[in-house]
Design a binder for this molecule. Structure first.
Ligand SMILES: *Cc1c(COP(=O)(O)O)cnc(C)c1O
Length: 380
């Protein structure tokens, strides 16, 4: 069957079936072996070579959903990011980070890559500000959109055309959008990564990461991955493959709910401001509309009540870190993802103390609103 002819929601379920003679089951069995025969084989199979059956079939499915030629699956999002960067950069190279990248990326890159003699600069998410810090040795630009926690939108095509004219590689964190809402490779980005711990897994029970790109980059990143050994485990890969079957369904429902919740929050007297790319009041709503297929299910808002008490007064929405799962969750960025930043640094990127970040789940949207409403009413 030609999987490329299927719609994305159907590809989630049917693409890249595992083929094994005499096995007619509809799911991929879990292949736990760490020892494979080498005689008369076309390749050497070993978990750390990222080529056992559960990994291969799941990588192919994700590559297809993102519109890439290949993918590599890691044991976490950070393993994916750092392996890709170590594979692309060497001593003396220069890397530019969008200044509001995920906090963990920021920390890891600053600690580990600086130690290796890689120069690092930061820029706001626009071609003009990236251009100002580009140097002759700039090798990679790292972007994230929508970003955490205020859902800023990077103009992808504008930045891609700048990078292409200068021979700079673009790396893109597509975690918040998921492949259902945005496919950066189709907009000219070279390499996409996901924290699969979020939407791809989608049930708060799986830690993984993935890199998707063309065959050239994938070959390089896989080689570095073999050296660092951050491969995903077959049991986890099985769970991820299972989760992907409902990815389209989950993300579409979450996205629909997020629009309802954002619209409701925006008119609430106890809410000062809502950040959601789907709202016409978002400063880059028009760009989001152009480059995203849906606006995603992450939003944040500033409350005019005590934020800690408000979160404690919620009955259904869980106050937890992480995001992207079937259940709605909420967290305070200043106490979680941006805890290490100074108040001045937070202010510079627009994160206030009363900001809350919400990951909208697949519950009935009225139940989500009811919980927000009762907590807003009962909090001073
Ligand atoms: C969680 C997250 C990561 C890191 O992924 P892990 O799976 O925690 O290693 C990277 N980028 C974004 C946007 C994230 O939300």
């Amino acid at each position: 069957m030609d999987y490329s002819k299927l719609k994305q929601g159907t590809q989630c379920i049917h693409s890249e079936k595992y083929e094994l003679k005499e096995y007619t089951g509809v799911t991929t069995p879990i292949f736990t072996a760490t020892a494979y025969e080498y005689i008369n084989q076309s390749k050497t199979v070993y978990p750390r070579y990222y080529n056992t059956p559960n990994l291969e079939v799941t990588e192919k499915k994700i590559a297809r959903l993102e519109g890439g030629e290949g993918a590599v699956l890691f044991s976490s999002g950070m393993a994916a990011t750092m392996t890709a960067l170590f594979s692309l950069l060497r001593q003396g190279d220069h890397l530019i980070l969008q200044d509001d990248l995920y906090g963990g990326t920021f920390d890891s890159v600053n600690v580990e890559l600086k130690k290796m003699g890689i120069e690092i600069s930061y820029a706001k998410a626009s071609a003009v500000s990236f251009e100002q810090v580009i140097q002759p040795n700039t090798k990679v630009i790292f972007l994230e959109s929508p970003s955490n926690p205020i859902l800023s939108i990077s103009p992808i095509e504008e930045i891609v055309s700048l990078c292409k004219s200068k021979g700079i590689i673009t790396l893109f964190d597509n975690t918040f959008a998921s492949p259902i809402n945005q496919n950066p490779l189709e907009l000219g980005i070279d390499i996409v990564m996901h924290s699969g711990t979020k939407y791809l897994g989608g049930h708060s029970d799986l830690c993984c990461g993935v890199v998707v790109s063309n065959n050239g980059f994938i070959k390089k990143i896989r080689e570095t991955g073999v050296h660092f050994g951050g491969n995903m485990d077959p049991q986890a890969a099985f769970l991820l493959e299972r989760s992907l079957k409902t990815l389209d369904l989950r993300v579409k429902k979450q996205t629909e709910n997020a629009m309802v919740v954002a619209t409701w929050l925006e008119q609430h007297p106890k809410v000062a401001r809502v950040f959601y790319p789907g709202l016409p009041t978002h400063p880059r709503h028009d760009i989001a509309k152009k480059q995203m297929k849906g606006f995603g299910a992450m939003l944040s808002f500033e409350v005019l009540v005590d934020p800690d008490q408000f979160v404690l007064n919620l009955e259904m929405i869980a106050p937890v870190i992480s995001l992207g799962a079937v259940e709605s969750t909420i967290c305070s960025p200043i106490q979680t993802s941006h805890f290490r930043m100074s108040p001045a640094e937070r202010q510079a990127i627009g994160i206030k103390d009363n900001l809350l970040r919400m990951s909208v789940g697949i519950e009935d949207s009225q139940d989500i609103i009811n919980d927000l409403e009762q907590a807003l009413i009962s909090t001073k």
